[in-house]
Design a protein around this ligand. Structure first.
Ligand SMILES: *Cc1c(COP(=O)(O)O)cnc(C)c1O
Length: 399
């Protein structure tokens, strides 16, 4: 880990392209090879013993570590400016591993109310079986976060921006509140990616990612990552991850590392498209409101400016005619693909009230800000004019 400390003073694009290179190359290869091996030979019994005891850094077995996976871990840790990364099979494996590491019988979590759906279900329905409880609050309000703390609170878990409501939490304020209570702060940084937001720099202890989204960026692999800010947390989590076994496969790591190399290029382009689309939607007669952190009317515009390097490529907006209006847009887009997930080079659209969040009772859904008319758009890297025309014709199908 942190073999490339020397890259840490370099720019984000240089790090995205060069970090996570192997220390020793066999043939001068430029791309990191895929080490498709489940186990690694020890040159001697003594060396085998030294690897197991941690005295020697060599590889043992792919569930524990693998050179290709290690390269991806170093690359994302370098982008997040953290101590070390740990790659996981999926984003949910990263999140569940963090919960399994820090929570125990009687422990309490304060979480953003509109966290990723599966995170919420895990906290609400599964963790109580192990005796841990969660309270869900609107963490964009630091007072609400503070009031939700209990003596047994071990973790504050925030997602910023949130999915699909695009609400922001002040990371620095959340870190202060968590630390004063003796809890750790974990940030799901999937929506912004480390190219736009580095929570560890604002006081967070851990960052989790679904690499499936912007970091991989091509809608073809699933994966996750935990980045720890310091060695103590890194070691704690690595142990639990190895035991629970939600680690990553080398081929998966190689594909995602290839995606990371172009993260800055993709995100710059998608973000530029998103800025124009947010402006276009704001004046469209069939659109009732637009939520994008780069619009000055966004309720946490000041926080976005404080903690983000850019406003990202995710937009949510309301359409006329409520649920039916949303369904109409879904059924008429041609270039923009009707699919869940986000962060790929292709633009994706979805309608939470009829799809991802349809199982949540309407009252609860609306309390969390997921209104019937809300449409979520993940802006890709196509030509802006084509995206604008596609949205325009689909919106105009709403009576
Ligand atoms: C997709 C997503 C996850 C879960 O990641 P998987 O790779 O699907 O397991 C977690 N958090 C956020 C914000 C996501 O968008």
């Amino acid at each position: 880990m942190n073999k490339e400390k020397h890259f840490s003073s370099m720019g984000k694009s240089t790090r995205a392209i060069h970090s996570g290179k192997l220390a020793d190359s066999l043939f001068g290869e430029v791309s990191v090879p895929i080490f498709q091996s489940s186990t690694f030979a020890f040159p001697s019994a003594e060396e085998g013993a030294a690897r197991f005891s941690g005295e020697s850094p060599g590889f043992i077995y792919t569930r524990l570590n693998n050179p290709t996976v290690n390269a991806l871990e170093d690359s994302v840790a370098s982008l997040e400016q953290g101590f070390g990364g740990m790659a996981t099979a999926t984003g949910m494996a990263a999140i569940s591993t963090v919960f399994m590491t820090y929570l125990h019988q009687g422990a309490h979590v304060v979480s953003t109310d509109s966290v990723y759906g599966s995170t919420r279900v895990l906290l609400e329905m599964e963790l109580p079986r192990f005796g841990a409880q969660a309270t869900f609050v609107d963490t964009s309000d630091p007072e609400k976060m503070r009031k939700a703390l209990r003596p047994e609170t071990r973790m504050v878990f925030i997602e910023t921006p949130t999915n699909p409501t695009m609400i922001l939490t002040d990371i620095e304020a959340a870190a202060q509140i968590a630390h004063q209570a003796g809890a750790i702060l974990v940030v799901d940084n999937t929506f912004a990616s480390p190219y736009l937001q580095r929570p560890l720099q604002h006081g967070a202890d851990l960052v989790v990612h679904s690499l499936t989204k912007f970091l991989n960026g091509h809608s073809d692999v699933v994966g996750g990552m935990i980045v720890a800010g310091d060695e103590e947390n890194f070691k704690k989590i690595r142990r639990v991850l190895s035991l629970f076994g939600g680690t990553m496969d080398p081929h998966q790591a190689w594909l995602i590392l290839r995606g990371v190399r172009t993260l800055p290029l993709r995100l710059e382009r998608a973000q530029e498209n998103a800025r124009h689309i947010a402006a276009f939607l704001s004046t469209h007669p069939k659109v009732t409101w637009v939520r994008y952190p780069g619009l000055p009317e966004h309720p946490q515009y000041a926080i976005a400016q404080k903690q983000m390097d850019g406003f990202g490529a995710m937009i949510s907006f309301g359409v006329k005619n409520g649920l039916q209006g949303g369904v109409t847009v879904m059924n008429h887009v041609k270039i923009i693909t009707l699919a869940v997930s986000l962060g790929g080079v292709e633009s994706l659209i979805e309608h939470p009230a009829s799809m991802t969040h349809a199982s949540i009772p309407r009252k609860e859904r609306e309390e969390a800000g997921i209104l019937d008319e809300l449409v979520r758009l993940s802006v890709g890297c196509e030509d802006f004019e084509d995206l604008r025309e596609d949205l325009d014709q689909a919106l105009n199908q709403i009576p």
